[in-house]
Design a binder for this molecule. Structure first.
Ligand code: ADP
Ligand code: MG
Length: 388
């Protein structure tokens, strides 16, 4: 029986998506495949999901009236954009149908609230301190030790709004950059000496069913995801631990939809890095490698339909295509004729901007791991993250 707080929306109903970047685009494509009508909302007139939406609204994320009018046009509202301001989000939840609720998003918007909540439900996190000025930073460094990472509590993404502190001299030499970061409230995090970074996409529906996708092992370059390998070639018990923690978080937050959870694996310890209560870059692989994608599960969950039990059909390697890679696109397509390419059509190919991705399937994950680690082409590909 469906909980009375939720509705079941059949194909033909309309879904409003706040944010029309690539995640919004792939959500819209999944919703349309299932027969839903899609309206997207984004301040960028060239937002890439507009071209695959039945209708769209171009307005600021802070434009209260535009957001409420947009929400009034659709049967259910969801988001790919995470930084909708708190009071506006509460109003949306009050006046429109937002089955995801507000609590998890508000928690994930603030790195300290996120870590405090995770710790309160028994999910391990790195040590951290709230830091509002330089004196507090010095105190936090004295108590956590170095290396450590200073991050703004809000609005950071793709490694933006953060700085690694390697040694005491960094405090002196990087003083100007640190002061700039400290204009906003920050968190100092102990540096995790991780062996791997992994992530899990977990979905939960209105009936309380929880489905995890296989664990992805991720490599970041300069704070931005470069590639992901699934199923993660790590010890089975570590993958199982990550999925257990993911399910615990999904249940504790009464999740509706999908949630991306990033982890650090340190020996036999697993630490949650951060939460993204929406589809996630490391879950793109599910489109080709699974019987159901992260986007499909999200649409099913927010329309009050039961999730599909997840099956991995094939190991996969997903590689991001950044702005600096675009001149090599044709060569890359020749290099990997077995790959499925996704291009988002985001316009200007800026350095470090996510423009697309490709996914390669193979019968054994070791073959893909080997390709990731040994292919001269892919090595060169990641070198390009550093050099403009
Ligand atoms: P973003 O919101 O930009 O994704 P993250 O907190 O995930 O921010 O940081 C980006 C990357 O920086 C991580 O994937 C990881 O590689 C590195 N990183 C962040 N925090 C830590 C930490 N405490 N210890 C070690 N590495 C970290
Ligand atoms: Mg991250």
């Amino acid at each position: 029986m469906i909980n009375l707080a939720y509705k079941q929306l059949l194909p033909g109903a309309s879904i409003g998506i706040i944010g029309a970047g690539q995640l919004g685009k792939m959500l819209a494509q999944s919703a349309q495949k299932m027969g839903y009508r899609v309206v997207t909302f984004d301040p960028n007139p060239q937002a890439c999901a507009f071209s695959v939406s039945h209708d769209h609204v171009c307005a600021s994320f802070d434009d209260r009236q535009a957001l409420l009018d947009f929400a009034g046009q659709v049967d259910v509202v969801t988001y790919e954009f995470e930084n909708i301001n708190g009071p506006l989000l509460a109003e949306l939840a009050d006046k429109a149908y937002l089955p995801q609720g507000t609590q998890l998003l508000l928690t994930a918007q603030h790195r300290i609230k996120e870590k405090e909540w995770l710790a309160s439900i028994g999910a391990p996190v790195v040590d951290f301190r709230l830091v509002s000025d330089f004196t507090q930073l010095e105190e936090a460094v004295a108590s956590l030790g170095l290396p450590a990472i200073l991050k703004t509590t809000r609005l950071g993404y793709d490694g933006k709004g953060q700085m690694k502190l390697q040694s005491q001299t960094d405090l002196l030499e990087k003083r100007a950059e640190l002061d700039e970061l400290l204009q906003a409230e920050c968190i100092l995090e102990a540096f995790s000496p991780f062996d791997y970074e992994v992530s899990v996409m977990v979905a939960r529906d209105v009936y309380g069913n929880c489905e995890c996708f296989p664990v992805s092992q991720n490599q970041h370059e300069a704070g931005v995801l470069a590639c992901g390998l699934a199923p993660a070639p790590i010890a089975g018990e570590m993958a199982q631990k990550a999925q257990e923690v993911a399910k615990m978080i999904a249940q504790a937050s009464q999740l509706i939809g999908v949630l991306g959870i990033e982890f650090f694996v340190e020996g036999d310890r697993i630490v949650v890095n951060e939460l993204a209560p929406r589809p996630h870059n490391t879950g793109h692989y599910t489109m080709e490698a699974c019987n159901v994608s992260q986007y499909d599960q999200h649409i099913l969950a927010i329309t009050g339909r039961p999730l599909v039990p997840v099956k991995l059909l094939s190991p996969s390697l997903m590689v991001n295509i950044m702005g600096q890679h675009m001149p090599q696109l044709a060569t890359t397509m020749d290099q990997f004729p077995q790959a499925v390419f996704h291009l988002y059509n985001k316009g200007q190919a800026k350095f470090q901007r996510k423009m697309g991705h490709f996914t390669i399937l193979a019968d054994q994950v070791e073959k893909l791991q080997n390709l990731r680690d040994e292919s001269p082409f892919l090595k060169d590909w990641s070198q390009k993250y550093y050099s403009k």
